[in-house]
Design a protein around this ligand. Structure first.
Ligand SMILES: [Zn+2]
Length: 170
């Protein structure tokens, strides 16, 4: 076009595609930055890449678990009555993961398994963090604690976390 020649059909298609793709990409990024709905999703996917959960499903064959965890990831933070204990809480997911009395037995089992798998020191370090931090960890964001985890522990820890998350109901 700049040379005075009209582009071929294929060239034109490429020009339009790249212009649209770029614009769509910007719009997506802008919306994810400004929209509250994506807060949790962004935090979780920050270090893992968006396809992390699908890699897990592919690798382990646990499609239903992956789908459930993906739902927990993508549900915007909500306050309201907990579906398990009925109390009014600020953030339903964080509450169910850290505090909910209905999940006390499962939570103790999770902590026991995690400390057997890694060390008491690891569990102590993890539990001294905020509710949000521990929740993100169980949901699969291991980045900040990788120094404490050996690579062979990662999948086991992920499986334990996901097994616990199966009890969460949003
Ligand atoms: Zn509850």
């Amino acid at each position: 076009m700049f040379t005075g020649c009209f582009p071929t059909k294929l060239q034109w298609k490429n020009i339009v595609n790249s212009a649209i793709n770029l614009d769509e990409k910007h719009q997506k990024e802008e919306r994810m930055r400004s929209d509250n709905d994506f807060t949790r999703f962004l935090r979780l996917s920050e270090n893992n890449g968006y396809d992390f959960i699908w890699q897990y499903a592919k690798y382990t064959g646990r499609l239903r678990t992956a789908k459930h965890v993906a739902k927990l990831w993508s549900t915007p933070p909500t306050s309201g009555n907990c579906n398990l204990c009925g109390h009014f809480v600020q953030d339903t997911l964080y509450h169910q993961i850290r505090m909910c009395t209905e999940l006390q037995t499962q939570r103790h089992l999770l902590y026991k398994r995690l400390s057997e798998m890694t060390s008491d020191n690891f569990l102590y370090t993890l539990l001294s963090k905020s509710d949000e931090y521990v929740s993100c960890f169980l949901l699969g964001n291991h980045e900040a604690l990788l120094d404490f985890l050996t690579p062979e522990h990662c999948l086991d820890v992920l499986n334990e976390g996901f097994s616990y998350l199966k009890y969460c109901r949003l």
